[in-house]
Design a protein around this ligand. Sequence first.
Ligand code: ATP
Ligand code: F6P
Length: 461
Amino acid sequence: MSSKSALRSQQQHKVFMASSEDYKICVVMVGLPARGKSLIAGKAMRYLAWVGIPAKVFNVGSYRRHATPQPAATFFDPHNEEGERMRRAAAEAAMTDMLQWFHDGKGVVAVLDATNSTKERRQWIYETCHKADIETLFVESICDDEDLIMNNILEVKTTSPDYKGQDPELAALDFRNRIRNYELVYQTIDDDEKNYTYVKLINVGSTVIINQIKDYLSSRLVYYIQNLHIKPRSIWLSRHGESEFNLTGKIGGDANISERGEAYARKLPELLRQSGVPANTKIVIWTSTLKRTIQTARHLKAETGYEKLEWKALDELDSGVCDGLTYEEIAEKYPEDFAARDEDKYNYRYRGGESYRDVVIRLEPIIMELERSENVIIVTHQAVLRCIYAYFMNVPQEKSPWMEVPLHTLIKLTPRAYGTEELRFKANIPAVSTWRGKGTSAKHQDFPAEGAEGAAATGAH
Ligand code: ATP
Ligand code: F6P
């Protein structure tokens, strides 16, 4: 990257991080077992990694598991002194590691994932963090829907390492008893704790109580967390059909789709059906404001009658002075920039245009809206799709700009309790490849076989 663009990128990164850089925040999960605390913590981690904020979960259960790999419910009985001692030791070990992690300058946000279900425990956490100049944000998940809790137990608890190799029915029963033991001592956050910053999510965010949010990063986190829901749904991602610019290898612009692109547009409703759309499912279509995505979604809209929204935030990465050029022309006219982009593609910002990092920042409201929404099909562009995909599949920043997202392919993402399931459906309509490997300026290049350098990281998290 040229020193000028590196500086610009750093400055821009600073603006984004400004309010978080001086902060250290400990997000303290609160709630009975099987209330989705670990799931919320995991999603918050993914979101923070995506926006570039270093964060880590400290899960007290995994510390406890060192000493007690498979405890029965009686271990959690508040009258069990040995159990109490070991649980306290696990909380202290997690806290010690967390303080060290902050002290070593490794991150901005830590999540202390445990039940933290008594006032006494929360006070200890608050005071310990306060002494170390760490802000606390308590996130309490309350849920009294018995069916949902039982479903949570069956979905995730019976397969937890705590019950490895055990009969699922007996495991579910034991876990129910573990919850009963926690209920004996559980104290919800109340008026005595008004001086804490906290958010209470009641029945998966159907009621949200927010208290004393002081800084920008906490408010973003709270906004993110309060938008999460667990209704089953899928998100479909597609690039626009092949465009006239794709054929000639030009980047950017606002070209029409090609004949083959039009064939893909006609095929899209069928491809979507083939991917599996549950009966009576309403899907909302999102496109960018550029002609090629609107044209691609045209038949889908006409055939299904689904609602359609156009988002400027979904427009392709702005290539500034390089808009309308081929990679070969860019390499000729701006050789330093071309090399700089290969060096650090995520941070390289086109002269007068954007970087991948910029695109992620403008996509943040899209991600918030996606978390609130149910079924959505997004018809967008190569770089934007990479960024959205990277969020759902937890792809690291340095890899995401190099991922292959071929034309005429529908990607179906289905969030599950732990991870996102991915399916790809090819339309079998030929299209050029717009993927470009590091160090080449080829017009249309094939993506290397899996395992070769530059291959995309997939895999759900
Ligand atoms: P433990 O204290 O045993 O670690 P936990 O509270 O961390 O439990 P999770 O392991 O996160 O619970 O539970 C995951 C289950 O909770 C998933 O099935 C998920 O669908 C569900 N879930 C997610 N969010 C919520 C919520 N706000 N309220 C209730 N259940 C939720
Ligand atoms: O070539 C299609 C395209 O969407 C261009 O408009 C855009 O500049 C490019 O892909 C983004 O991909 P990359 O970041 O790999 O150059």
